[in-house]
Design a protein around this ligand. Structure first.
Ligand code: FAD
Length: 472
């Protein structure tokens, strides 16, 4: 019997930075539809190698990678397999560097595999397991992208704040104008909220990992499983982080005025570099669709009870609103009630949409986008409230005055967005009495006591301007 060769361990070289790696999934005709790639792998007659032929596109690190994780289909397989391909194997050529709008410091190339001979032991995992591997990599890529977006946003805020305190118009620093303070407070609040959601999901992933390991699972499997469990959150963070970053750099350009549009100022590059984040690691449309798709699949498998809470909300809709006494003086009492109602709004709209379209809901992308927005905003608003609650328990309320204002500002925004998304969904599939009832329900579940958001934003902006940078 022939001995199976042991695969060369490339990890020490990767960890020491001796090897650089690239991830080769996308092809000219296979982007969002990642499992449709045409790159082929064929076993040689002696069974010792796979020969890979095909073309990959938009490959980051492409120009200088020593090792490529290449996704290809073996023969006429339905699903992708993954291969560890070293440049030294030969049969690899590439085009010139892509001319891009931003991230020009990053190498992006088309890579061609022409009869590239790969030892059979370099098949990663099992045949046809490549798509699963690709998705798992994307899960971690998404949360990492979100974190990087939060970091980039903080840098842009610090630059814009400094500029606003230095730039004088009408005899005063532009940071003294309410319109500029509004911008500073809004970007800071959204970044703080996004970061809260990242902290929350990361801790959840770490806790799940530790629990799997304590239960006897091996570490590598536990890593994958814990990320898989929070794949919805990873998609949420990717979308939210990248959109907050784009909003932040856009407002950054505006705060810089003409200098924001100058290629000699820092906002020009920040603006261009930020834009890719809504496109790679799955476009934001794909990630929005995925959040709801994964949620529905979990409900169908019985891992998540969606329909019972949705039915309970429908029942509540028919009843008289509860005006019962509640302890409004407790920390975030009103806000938590508003959050709980926000979840009811999401359940009401999604439950009705599922009942209406059943399996055909996947064809109603506009509604799915609305549902995703409700989910994303609810998750982030809850995260910022939980974070500030924890901070207050550690430092006391007085020391967290600004953070508390930001939690409230964010919640108001989340409710406003969710109300608009809910309305757009309801009016696109419900009519007559059903529509009226649902719109009334939406109004009831997205009600929040008025709050002087201008004063709150001014407080936040003053704090940031006094510190001269992103201060949290
Ligand atoms: C700078 C850069 C670096 C990259 N690095 C890598 C890398 O290292 N490795 C790698 O494998 N790939 C990489 N990519 C590829 C990247 O992941 C893809 O560009 C991305 O997944 C989108 O695919 P696409 O460009 O083919 O767009 P398409 O899939 O053609 O999408 C075009 C538009 O249609 C929308 N769309 C597509 N399908 C649907 C659908 N089902 N429903 C609704 N809307 C839809 C999209 O959201 C988008 O708005 C990189 C791309 C860039 C630009």
């Amino acid at each position: 019997m022939e001995m199976k060769h042991k695969r060369k361990n490339i990890f020490p070289s990767l960890l020491q930075g001796e090897y650089k790696a690239a991830y080769c999934l996308t092809e000219p005709d296979s982007g969002s539809d990642a499992n449709s790639g045409k790159t082929k792998a064929k076993l040689t007659a002696d069974g010792k190698h796979y020969v890979i032929n095909g073309q990959k596109m938009w490959i980051t690190n492409g120009g200088f990678a020593d090792v490529y994780i290449v996704f290809a289909k073996i023969d006429d397989d339905k699903n992708l397999s993954a291969f560890i391909v070293e440049k030294a194997f030969g049969g690899i050529t590439m085009n010139e560097e892509e001319k891009k709008m931003g991230i020009k410091g990053s190498s992006t190339r088309q890579i061609f595999f022409n009869d590239c001979k790969v030892p059979v032991e370099n098949l990663l995992s099992e045949r046809e397991n490549g798509f699963k591997i690709a998705v798992n990599i994307l899960n971690i890529g998404r949360i990492k992208l979100g974190v990087a977006a939060v970091g980039g946003s903080k840098m842009a805020i610090s630059l814009a704040t400094k500029y606003a305190t230095e730039r004088k118009q009408f005899g005063v620093a532009i940071s003294t104008f309410g319109a500029i303070q509004h911008k500073i407070a809004e970007v800071v609040t959204r970044v703080f909220a996004s970061e809260s959601a990242h902290y929350r999901a990361s801790q959840n992933i770490d806790d799940a990992y530790n629990a799997f390991v304590a239960g006897g699972m091996d570490s590598a499997k536990a890593r994958l499983k814990s990320l898989e469990e929070f794949a919805i959150e990873c998609a949420i963070l990717k979308v939210h982080g990248s959109e907050v970053l784009d909003f932040t750099v856009d407002e950054g350009v505006q705060i810089y005025g003409g200098m924001g549009f100058s290629a000699e100022g820092p906002m020009d590059r920040a603006y261009r570099d930020a834009r890719i984040n809504r496109i790679f690691e799955g476009t934001n449309e794909i990630n929005r669709l995925l959040t709801i798709d994964m949620l529905l699949k979990r409900a169908m498998k019985g891992h998540l009870d969606l329909m019972n809470p949705a039915m309970a909300v429908q029942k509540e809709l028919m009843s008289i609103p509860d005006f019962g006494a509640s302890d409004d003086t407790a920390l975030f009492a009103k806000e938590k009630k508003a959050l709980s109602n926000l979840k009811k709004a999401g359940l009401m709209v999604s439950g009705a949409a599922i009942q209406k379209f059943m399996a055909k809901l996947s064809e109603e992308q506009e509604i799915l986008m609305n549902l995703a927005d409700m989910l994303i905003e609810g998750y982030v608003a809850e995260s910022v409230i939980l974070r500030v609650e924890k901070l207050i328990s550690m430092r006391g309320e007085k020391a967290c005055e600004i953070e508390k204002e930001m939690a409230i500002i964010y919640l108001h925004r989340a409710i406003e967005l969710a109300a608009a998304a809910g309305k757009s969904a309801i009016t696109s599939f419900a009519e007559g009495d059903e529509q009226r009832l649902m719109l009334m329900g939406l109004k009831r579940f997205t009600k929040i006591d008025p709050y002087n958001l201008k004063t709150a934003r001014r407080k936040v902006a003053k704090h940031v301007i006094d510190k001269g940078e992103y201060p949290f």
